[in-house]
Design a protein around this ligand. Structure first.
Ligand code: AR6
Length: 231
């Protein structure tokens, strides 16, 4: 009998510890998960065919430049699959440079479903846009416009009809947008990167001197946009 009651006590104690642990884990994730977070895809490396080595260097350079400026906010680099070459490069280079993994990390998932599917709260998402700031065209642009519904198109058009390569446009997402309601996204930042695809407008024809400059400007403009929201 004594043995049984001892074991009952032990079970009670273990359960208490478990609850405590759960609380601790919850607190930790809540404090980090509540920080303002920008989720961004790789600009220009898919449809726009920009070189992945060069792009990943620029991403790391710009993340390092901005991590000091964003306070307790976080930057998250997103792509659809673990097989993504650009995601692997960025991950490797971030770890080599000892970038604080609490403030910058890579994440695999659909940028339009980061909270509902991945449990990752991101109040701001970046879009690899086209110069007309129009829905469609495939890639992340089609996905974001489709997930956000017509509210995003309207809010975008109220601000601008076109975007120059290397520039970003911050759009506040109306609360009736499903991307706001389901995912908690309050802002979309459209970014237009340099284009190396001859089938798309303003092709730079492999001019990487210009291309790298435009890609740097694009990330600078994106992160400055995020800083302006966070402040
Ligand atoms: N979630 C996360 N990442 C994604 C998603 C998604 N739903 N969809 C694509 N990616 P791209 P670009 C990744 O082609 O090269 C459009 O037609 C993708 O794997 O969207 O800047 C526009 O209208 C890649 O790593 O952007 C423009 O005309 C990254 O997002 C043009 O493409 C960017 O791929 C812009 O081309």
């Amino acid at each position: 009998k004594a043995a049984v009651s001892f074991s009952d006590n032990a079970v009670t104690e273990i359960n208490e510890h478990k609850d405590q642990m759960k609380g601790m884990v919850k607190d930790a994730s809540a404090s980090l998960g509540d920080a303002p977070t920008l989720a961004f895809p790789s600009i220009s490396t898919s449809d726009f065919q920009f070189n992945h080595e060069k792009a990943s260097d620029i991403i790391i350079e710009k993340v390092e430049e901005f991590l000091d400026k964003i306070g307790n906010a976080r930057l998250v680099f997103v792509d659809l699959t673990h097989r993504s070459k650009i995601l692997t490069l960025v991950k490797e280079k971030a770890s080599k440079r000892n970038i604080d993994p609490n403030k910058f990390f890579t994440f695999v998932g659909d940028i339009t479903q980061l909270y509902s599917q991945g449990g990752l709260r991101c109040n701001v998402v970046a879009n690899a846009a086209n110069w007309r700031l129009k829905p469609g065209g495939g890639g992340v642009n089609a996905a974001i416009f489709s997930a956000a519904g017509p509210a995003l198109e309207v809010a975008t058009k109220e601000q601008a009809n076109t975007l120059l390569p290397g520039r970003a446009l911050v759009v506040s997402l109306p609360s009736n947008s499903p991307l706001f309601g389901k995912e908690g996204v309050t802002h979309v930042i459209h970014v237009l990167g340099p284009n190396m695809n001859p089938q798309r407008p303003n092709c730079l024809k492999n001019d990487y001197a210009t291309g790298c400059k435009i890609l740097r400007d694009a990330y600078t403009s994106l992160f400055e946009g995020f800083v302006s929201i966070v402040r």
